[in-house]
Ligand binder design. Structure first.
Ligand code: ADP
Ligand code: ZN
Length: 733
């Protein structure tokens, strides 16, 4: 037991690296996992995409017994279980969607103690037969996901959730964990009260989603604006929210007509059709969903690249929830909101129908939203303020206001001529993406195969990023210099375009550069580097493989690998299993399952294109994984060299308990620490200390709660933690 405990943090890290294939914990994850492993009830409040699941999945793997996860939505349960199975983690779910046989089969596996994680709908858990079944199980962790459903103040209160508090008493040995992405302080407080959680066991992450680019534009010609927006986002997954069903249907038809891969979603469609459209989206069979706010609840798709509001949202909260569905995987994602006065009047009209308190609240919501829409400063300032956070930086680098590159009319004639000439030389057979590739001297297979590297227009357009060229093409289509056939993307030159080519006419226009500028500073640097420079051709081949594997198993592609994994593969070009291992999202199980499939593609691609593995960078990446020289290591060493805990606390500007935590971690990694110095910060009498240590002889030291009760609560947790460390340090000698 002691061995297990001492190596807990190392073990948690091992699981992170080897099972999930991630390099480092996200903010708070490690603290949360430590807290849970200390068997303390834990409340986690983290925005969507913050990485909540890992906070209970890793403890689930480390605990001996069963982890029960209560989740309100069947689709989410299924999705999670599918993903866990990809890691060979024995997870099952019980809910009404299972056939009798499946249900029985799952129950049998549970009885045979073959299950590590059990997902349940609250109503299933509350059934007597389920509870009886669990009585015979050793439940170590009881997890309540989407915990805001407990609160009557929340938008999706579920009476069943309230009853979970009683169920909790039925597993006295289980640590209880509640998680939510709810942003309202009121609901947070309510959860804490209902579940009786301590403040010290509440972990609140920042609600700033750094990877979301926020933009608000005046709604002038919404259809055109939408088509513009989609033009540079070919094949990307995205959601477009509309106010009404009618608007959804209309926009859907228009986008379909323009050749986009799109499906509608709203409450007026049959349940079957809605499910189907949602599934097509999740499986990457369809790129865009046009929807009312009915869409999104059961969606965990990590690679949603954009969320657009065709109509104005009702309030900041729903806006934040909806854009929150973008970029769960941490990659840059775009949020565009089209704002018009008449939309505002529509909302005002609905508010006017209300009365009293309700009306007052709605008025306030609208006012807050207007602050966000009309601000000249960083959009994150009013947004975060709404959620009770102060945004400290004055330039986020990821909103339209911070990046406002003056939108002035420019003379674009020179670039237009380059583009027209390139289109003409390739017989008007290609789309803007391909033309941009030629202009920028791409060495893509298709370009070389077609011999287009021999053209005089090859490599004459390096002054602009690829996206700029694509935007220019779009602008020239709109101004009538180019045209495209419906449902086809090849660019044709019009008569007016000929005039530009022969120098008789000039092209003027505004290119919206906020669409293409990325501020490296605001993003994690390494991610931004990979994100912007990966090999798109190889990426597409890997993507096709992923889709094939996913379809074979009827799972969504992201369950095989997230986009980041494929991007890193297409950046580092790893050519051996050893070098595949440090790639994001590649752990030992997935390496075994899919390594060969993907390596084959990379190897072949590298041979065909004369590309080499990026061995140096891969080596660095691997080394980084191994060392992680962190504060606790420094603290451990300095402490052993003779510095006192108080001294270190001052030096690092933290409290004593934090130093104790670091020392514990250092110890658990297999290092020794001096026991003498620890007792000095304890205020317990010698006799009391002995009493605690006697109990620790009987009860494993990590079961603090048990020790606490055995002592009739006479010693505080913070004192216990000191003695715990002392005890561990003594026994290590
Ligand atoms: P939430 O439930 O908070 O919305 P998820 O648990 O779904 O977030 O995590 C969002 C995404 O981030 C997932 O694709 C997950 O695999 C990934 N992720 C979580 N933790 C890490 C980490 N430490 N390093 C890298 N990726 C992570
Ligand atoms: Zn900003």
């Amino acid at each position: 037991m002691r061995f297990y405990q001492q190596h807990m943090i190392t073990e948690a890290r091992n699981k992170l690296n080897n099972v999930f294939g991630f390099e480092d914990f996200r903010p708070l994850q490690e603290d949360i996992i430590s807290n849970v492993m200390d068997e303390k009830d834990t409340l986690v409040i983290m925005p969507t995409g913050g990485g909540k699941s890992l906070c209970y999945q890793i403890p689930a793997l480390l605990f001996d017994g069963l982890t029960v996860v209560v989740s309100p939505l069947i689709s989410l349960m299924k999705d999670q279980v599918e993903q866990l199975r990809q890691y060979d983690i024995p997870a099952i779910y019980l809910n009404s969607s299972l056939t009798d046989e499946e249900y029985e089969y799952n129950i049998q596996r549970l009885k045979d103690k073959k299950v590590k994680m059990l997902y349940l709908a609250p109503e299933t858990l509350l059934m007597e037969r389920t509870l009886n079944l669990l009585d015979d199980q050793n439940v170590d962790l009881f997890t309540i996901d989407e915990a805001h459903c407990i609160s009557e103040w929340g938008h999706d209160f579920r009476p069943d959730y309230r009853e979970l508090t009683t169920v909790r008493d039925r597993f006295p040995n289980a640590t209880c964990m509640a998680l939510t992405a709810t942003a309202t302080p009121r609901v947070r407080q309510d959860i804490k009260e209902v579940l009786e959680f301590e403040d010290s066991d509440t972990f609140l992450a920042s609600f700033d989603r750094k990877n979301l680019f926020l933009k608000v534009a005046d709604k002038e010609d919404p259809l055109e604006q939408t088509l513009d927006f989609l033009y540079t986002r070919k094949k990307q997954s995205g959601i477009i929210y509309c106010f009404s069903r009618k608007q959804v249907e209309e926009l859907f038809v228009e986008l379909k007509k323009a050749g986009h891969s799109v499906k509608p979603y709203h409450a007026g469609l049959s349940k079957r059709l809605r499910n189907r459209n949602q599934e097509l989206f999740i499986r990457d069979d369809v790129s865009i969903i046009v929807a009312t706010i009915a869409f999104g609840m059961g969606i965990d798709k990590p690679n949603v690249r954009f969320v657009m509001h065709y109509d104005m949202p009702k309030n900041i909260e729903s806006y934040y929830q909806q854009i929150g569905r973008a970029g769960r995987d941490g990659l840059r994602s775009d949020c565009l909101l089209l704002y018009s006065r008449s939309d505002k009047q529509k909302i005002q009209y609905f508010i006017n129908q209300k009365e009293g308190k309700e009306k007052e609240v709605a008025e306030k919501h609208l006012k807050d939203l207007m602050k966000f829409l009309e601000t000249d400063e960083c959009r994150r300032v009013p947004l975060m303020k709404y959620f009770g956070e102060t945004y400290e930086k004055d330039d986020c680098g990821m909103c339209d206001n911070c990046l406002s590159v003056d939108a002035e009319v420019e003379d674009l004639t020179v670039q237009a001529q380059k583009m027209l000439s390139c289109i003409s030389r390739t017989d008007e057979e290609f789309d803007a993406y391909y033309i941009a590739d030629i202009l920028r001297g791409s060495t893509k297979h298709k370009v070389l195969e077609n011999g287009h590297d021999e053209l005089s227009t090859y490599n004459i357009g390096n002054e602009w990023a690829k996206e700029h060229w694509i935007l220019l093409a779009r602008l020239m289509v709109k101004q009538g210099y180019l045209h495209t056939e419906e449902e086809a993307d090849a660019l044709h030159i019009t008569k007016q375009g000929q005039a530009v080519l022969s120098g008789k006419e000039n092209v003027f226009g505004v290119l919206d550069r906020t669409d293409t500028v990325v501020d490296d500073e605001s993003m994690d640097r390494t991610t931004a580097e990979v994100e912007q420079n990966y090999d798109n051709d190889l990426f597409e081949q890997l993507e096709a493989k992923r889709k094939e594997l996913a379809d074979q198993q009827s799972v969504p592609p992201y369950a095989i690998f997230p986009d980041t994994t494929l991007m890193e593969m297409a950046y580092y070009y790893p050519q051996s299993k050893d070098n595949l291992m440090p790639i994001y999202g590649v752990g030992s199980v997935k390496l075994k399952k899919y390594g060969t499939d993907f390596l084959k593609i990379i190897n072949k691609y590298c041979r065909a294109n004369d590309v080499e593995e990026n061995s140096e960078a891969l080596k660095e990446k691997r080394e980084k994984l191994q060392e992680y020289g962190e504060p606790y290591q420094r603290i451990g060493k300095e402490y052993n060299a003779g510095k006192s805990i108080e001294h270190l606390a001052e030096q690092f500007g933290v409290k004593d308990v934090t130093i104790i935590k670091h020392l514990k971690k250092y110890l658990k990694e297999g290092n020794q620490i001096r026991p003498e110095g620890i007792v000095k910060v304890s205020s317990l009498s010698h006799r009391k200390r002995e009493e605690v240590m006697d109990i620790m002889d009987e009860v494993p030291t990590h079961m603090l709660r048990k020790i606490y009760t055995e002592l009739d609560k006479s010693v505080s947790y913070s004192e216990l933690r000191i003695i715990q460390l002392y005890y561990m340090a003594m026994n290590k000698k």
